[in-house]
Design a protein around this ligand. Sequence first.
Ligand code: GRG
Length: 281
Amino acid sequence: MLASWAARLAAEIGGRHGDALRYALLTPGKRVRAALVLAAYRSVGGPSPSAAGVAAAVETVHAYSLVHDDLPCMDDDDLRRGRPTTPRQFDVPTATRVGFLLVPVAARVLAEAAAELGLPPGTLGRMAEVLFQAGGIEGMVGGQWLDLEAEGRTLGLEQLMEVHRGKTGALIRASCTLGGIAGLAPPDQVAALTAFGEDVGRAFQIADDVLDCTGTSEELGKTAGRDAALAKSTYVRLLGVDGARREADALARSAVEHLDRAGLPSGALGALAGYIASRKS
Ligand code: GRG
């Protein structure tokens, strides 16, 4: 689905910007957010064989965030997903424009997905609200903003959680919520998926902090040790590596309990939560 959108957009836009857009969309990520959308959709008995378009919309917002995160005015990084970052592979103006272009692309991908799934009136509006609120000042942008302001300062646990609840957690939480909404789940099940996503989002960031200081750049596909280089506050600084790992595992278990309480099957989502909390890359 991402590949077909990348080809379509590269043809529409053409030239260097088309190439850069395809590069940004198609670099080989883990697609964790897409997997969460699809697993959440299936867990509520979503009637269509695939909600891949909804998953692609989330991955498109994520791709834009990675392109802009790697710009010199943000994390200024060289390596992402085992390849040069978009600003390094192309140039900063191209990467800046392509990042912005991906936001309306995400809206198009979502709208087309809703039409393909034949969702009832109002459902696309709800999904758009969830996705773009998660991507905005109340979510990812707001969290990144706080994170940039916090560089060189030491944050306490509460402040760190607030940063990452937006920066990383919001899109992961929204992935789970969106799977439920697209699957036409009742409100209590959507709420359980959102609570699941909240815990998984935190576990994801904690695991990310652990990997940043225990993994190599080859294993991670991005520059290892970046948090220390940028003097960032991290869960590892506050809890130690073992403490952080324990916290991530506890959150993965807590995430599954939300599903159990709502009577939702936890197989695929539980496996994803476990993978996310203890992943190796
Ligand atoms: C204007 C302040 C402002 C912000 C713009 C750039 C940005 C919006 C937000 C940054 C969000 C960001 C990059 C958060 C980090 C999340 C994170 C840990 C990403 C890595 O996710 P993975 O490991 O990546 O799932 P892959 O490559 O597997 O997809």
